[in-house]
Design a protein around this ligand. Structure first.
Ligand code: TRP
Length: 341
């Protein structure tokens, strides 16, 4: 059987990912996802999408949607996503998404969908709004990916099950209608996944939980310093070369991300010989965080003020993404036998 996806004259691997337009981006999003996107754009054909339709499954009130879509675009571009290199677009601008979603829905079984972890969680959180869109969320996500016949999907661990389901639909489709779609897989750079610890020593930075323990890319300098200075410490190690408690290890972890090597080793040494003053360390970390975050925040603010620019990005992104989507759908309709003349 021919591999249609390899016959389109395109040898570059195709990368696709979606970003939900909810909440403010934080340092964990940056080091966990966006930084990877930025690196991928030089090597691959990339599609980065704002998943506005997905947000309708849980947020039917669209009053804040426009502002959220603009902000998520501005923040991602401020972090280095480049509209010249990648297709940066909104899901709702690509009409073919709805069509492929419909076809894939016929290959998705209710029982399987009901077992999805994210579905069960969301159904538990909002028992009054367990709608069919929520149930078929993974099908819509598969449509996003398959529209571009993408194979590398940079996503976090929480999305693994959705990718597994996308592969299931690929196999069912290919088996029934011919070998049209390649299997998508999660993509990570070989280095280990970076966990960005929260400032209170529990868990990682998160969009919604404990805002004081999370550094947002939109935080102003004063807020950044205040959050860092509030981070939990103690009176310091009482013997040389002691093991670091979790919350101290976390501060070092954060320092590794934004401070120079010399700075980190200065405080490592001070810890090991018990001369460390956590107040000084946090002040240094606060300053380095500000140096890291504030240029991103300023770029994002500038972009947000330039509505014309954002519009141009969305129009150009939609043009690139629909071109690829249209090519796929022509093949899909023929493969499915939906060509009557
Ligand atoms: N479900 C993803 C999330 O919650 C967002 C998303 C939508 C996505 N479509 C996608 C991710 C396609 C990767 C590929 O983060």
């Amino acid at each position: 059987m021919t591999n249609t996806h390899e016959l389109n004259g395109n040898s570059k691997k195709i990368v696709m990912s979606g970003i939900r337009p909810t909440g403010f981006l934080h340092l964990g999003n940056y080091f966990g996802a966006i930084r990877n996107y930025v690196r991928l754009q030089d090597e691959f054909e990339c599609y980065f999408m704002v998943a506005d339709l997905h947000s309708l499954t849980t947020h039917p009130d669209t009053k804040g949607l426009r502002a959220n879509v603009h902000r998520v675009l501005a923040e991602n571009i401020a972090c280095g996503l480049d509209p010249e290199k990648s297709a940066i677009y909104c899901q709702s601008h690509i009409y073919q998404t709805g069509e492929l979603y419909l076809y894939l829905n016929m290959l998705a079984y209710k029982g399987e969908l009901e077992k999805t972890v994210t579905f069960k969680e969301k159904a538990r959180m909002s028992p009054d709004n367990v709608n069919a869109g929520l149930l078929t969320y993974p099908v819509l996500q598969a449509a996003d990916i398959l529209l571009h016949r993408a194979t590398y999907i940079p996503v976090g661990k929480d999305q693994e099950q959705h990718l597994e389901m996308a592969r299931t639909y690929v196999n069912r489709f290919n088996h029934r209608y011919g070998n049209i779609f390649p299997e998508p897989q999660a993509f990570n750079f070989s280095e280990q996944l970076i966990k960005v610890p929260s400032l209170d020593g529990t868990g990682k930075m998160s969009k919604s939980e404990n805002q004081m323990a999370t550094l947002y890319l939109a935080d102003d300098d004063e807020t950044i310093m205040k959050k860092v200075m509030k981070a939990k410490t103690d009176s310091g190690p009482s013997e040389g070369n002691a093991q670091k408690p979790d919350y101290i290890q976390n501060l070092f972890g954060l320092m590794h991300l934004v401070s120079g090597e010399q700075t980190v080793s200065h405080f490592e040494t001070a810890f090991d010989n018990c001369t460390i003053r956590y107040g000084d360390m946090k002040k240094q970390l606060g300053e380095d965080m500000i140096k890291f975050i504030s240029p991103i925040r300023q770029r994002a603010t500038d972009i947000l003020l330039d509505e014309k620019y954002l519009q141009n990005v969305m129009v150009a992104g939609a043009a690139k993404a629909s071109k690829s989507a249209q090519q796929t759908m022509e093949i899909v309709r023929i493969a499915m036998g939906l060509n009557y003349f």
